[in-house]
Design a protein around this ligand. Sequence first.
Ligand code: CA
Length: 390
Amino acid sequence: MSWIDDPQFRADAPFGPQTLPYGVIPAGIAVRVGDQALPLRPLADHFGPRLGELVAADSLDPLLAAGRPVWSELRARVVELATAVSAPRGASLVGLDDAVLPFRVADYVDFYSSRHHAENVGRIFRPDGDPLLPNWTHIPIGYHGRAGTVVVSGTDVVRPSGQRKTPEGPVFGPSQRLDIEAEVGFVCGGPVRSRLTPSQAADHVFGVALVNDWSARDIQAWEYVPLGPFLGKSFATSVAAWITPLEAFAVARVAPPHGDVLPYLVEEKPWGLDLALEVEWNGVRVSRPPFREMFFSFAQQLAHLSSNGATVRPGDLIASGTVSGPSRDERGSFLELSWGGTEPIALDGVERTFLEDGDTVRITATAPGEDGSLVGLAEVVGTVRPVDER
Ligand code: CA
């Protein structure tokens, strides 16, 4: 029996003692316990001088820099305190609201590692070519995104403006094809390093947080050849407020369904993850993307990213790429769900294709935990606002 009196702080609920994600609220660094938050700063004395200083900080940045041995030590102590029979001196529970972006995003890199997504997009954007380009099964394809416009879950997303192609030529204006991408993000830390092996790479991942990589398909379709995504993606990327430590996913590991890869990408023990995502559009569940289908793991993505000598540093955010499964109701974008806008989706009896102003999208996920428990990934939610309301 834990001293924490929250019916959601149980092993069969997503935010029980097996999960304990970190976030930052006005009271400082906290861990999520069920539907409440436990601020750690008032408990700093219980952690000893080194960990105490880290949990009393204003953000997770010093903790991210501290590295894996410190993360493991801290998690063990947090579990002890949260599952103690009586409340530790100074402990109190507060609401989850008003969580802020818990770390300073250093570099943001977005991959493209769902074969189903890549093939669907290939069929929609290049109907006359092969759905998959020849490099795709060999290279974890990705691009460098815009760290400065990564926003915390709950932040409104203003409809982007940009150029789009019309039969009369290019025009400029608000995007008419605003979309989501349901993704899984990996928050990096530890010493600055390059040329990581996949198993070293895993030691540089602090935790996991859901990402919605908002995408303007009309801007993207016109600009992306020959250099890839630019303004169609850079206006906003939402990330969950609570980061679930990588340790919580020990029993969720699976082998990605890929074939032969070059030696620098071979994993001794694969880091595919059995995460079940859910996408809700205005409260209606429209998709359940399976993360276990991803072709490359985050460890392979990080090994590839750093293979040329580029460094991985604390605060780097690595996103998986849109998570799509083989069936229609497992697609992680509305581009795919509506097949380029040609097959509308029924949403409470109304036919819809892309996002309208006022729409809200919420993405959640769970994974199997130890002893039949459930490990949760906190929601990433955002509402679309018209451009002139800003
Ligand atoms: Ca993306």
